[in-house]
Design a protein around this ligand. Structure first.
Ligand SMILES: Nc1ncnc2c1ncn2[C@@H]1O[C@H](COP(=O)(O)OP(=O)(O)O)[C@@H](O)[C@H]1O
Ligand SMILES: [Mg+2]
Length: 339
């Protein structure tokens, strides 16, 4: 069973969404629907599965339906049609009390604009979800301090949000989401408001935290580099339609349509291709060359490409134990870097 399963979700905004469903099902575009009926198609027949412990990135231009999609997961939005299953439970079947519990214990959310309480200190903000879960002061503060440490904010626990930089405020947002210890974390453009260097730091921090925590993360962004860096899988939305789902390598190497191609055309492929993806597996015969270079199978091409100075150098791709898994020669390089 997938952690999250979305089946044929449609979301139409307007006065009478059901009345335009047939038109949407019959293939009318978002523009046609708007022009003829005044309704906005938010999501158009979206289905996808998100597995436990993965980071699933949802990417698309502004207005493509990313926020609408993520808000279906904790039922901040009800679908016009279709179903959302979280751990097999249809979220539409939850009654009020169940929905409150579900939001408190199953999912936490990190927002683009931090969403911190200005009149609460860092530790009070981080502990807020725990307070909602009914945890007492002492336990709450203990957990909050652990998470404050995890995001590198020790010493700032009694400051107020407006005393902190944007990057630090978002660390508080992240710590607050971690504190409730939900399995699922929803992050809607959580890093989009940050300066590039701070944003890159936050991405690194999230990757490091995730390598220990193994949460199921649904991360929304309009930025390709961020998607490629964070995503185990990436789903790409265009005008409410999910046009491609794949690994970063799938997306970069085999874009499904022109829209995805436009996103990936200028990407530095060496950034997303790992040695193991481009190597020819070892099968006894060894390629010949003037010199050899050893790289780990999980290294990105970007990291060792500068070391390949001679055309007939042979790159040996090894696993942790040092066993040779395959080889990369000029032939594999040409193939993976040419567009
Ligand atoms: N509450 C709403 N009422 C009407 N239209 C909406 C509403 N929320 C979103 N939309 C429309 O749905 C589409 C998808 O919006 P959104 O999910 O916010 O996109 P994104 O997060 O990708 O920028 C857009 O065309 C937007 O204008
Ligand atoms: Mg949005």
């Amino acid at each position: 069973m997938s952690k999250i399963e979305i089946n044929n979700i449609y979301k139409i905004f307007g006065n009478n969404p059901k009345s335009v469903m047939q038109m949407v099902r019959d293939g009318a575009t978002k523009e046609e629907v708007l022009e003829k009926t005044g309704h906005t198609v938010g999501l158009d027949n979206v289905s996808l599965k998100i597995e436990e412990g993965e980071t699933f990135v949802c990417m698309g231009l502004s207005g493509s339906g990313k926020s609408t999609l993520i808000r279906h997961l904790n039922r901040l939005i009800d679908p016009t049609d279709g179903e959302v299953l979280v751990e097999g439970t249809n979220v539409m079947s939850l009654n009020n009390q169940e929905l409150i519990d579900f939001r408190r214990h199953k999912m936490s959310m990190v927002f683009q604009r931090f969403g911190l309480f200005p009149h609460k200190t860092v530790i009070q903000n981080v502990g807020y979800g725990l307070e909602m879960q009914g945890k007492q002061d002492q336990e709450r503060n203990k957990i909050a301090m652990e998470k404050i440490e995890a995001v590198g904010l020790n010493g700032f626990e009694h400051q107020y949000p407006n005393q902190l930089s944007g990057g630090m405020q978002q660390r508080v947002g992240l710590a607050r989401a971690l504190a409730t210890d939900t399995d699922i974390m929803l992050m809607d453009e959580a890093f989009s408001a940050l300066d590039p260097l701070i944003r890159s730091d936050m991405q690194k921090q999230l990757i490091d935290l995730q390598s220990q925590l193994k949460k199921t993360i649904v991360f929304i962004t309009h930025d390709l580099d961020e998607s490629l860096r964070l995503g185990d899988h990436i789903g790409i939305l265009n005008a409410g339609k999910l046009v491609q789902v794949g690994t970063p390598v799938d997306i970069v190497m085999n874009p499904a349509d022109e829209y995805v191609t436009a996103f990936v055309k200028d990407v530095n492929r060496a950034k997303v291709l790992k040695a193991k993806v481009i190597m020819t597996p070892a099968n006894g015969a060894q390629p010949t060359g003037s010199s050899r270079l050893k790289v780990h199978e999980d290294q990105f091409l970007e990291e060792f490409l500068p070391k390949i100075v001679l055309k007939d150098i042979v790159v040996e791709v090894v696993d942790k134990a040092g066993n040779i898994k395959g080889y990369i020669t000029d032939k594999e390089l040409q193939k993976s870097l040419s567009k």
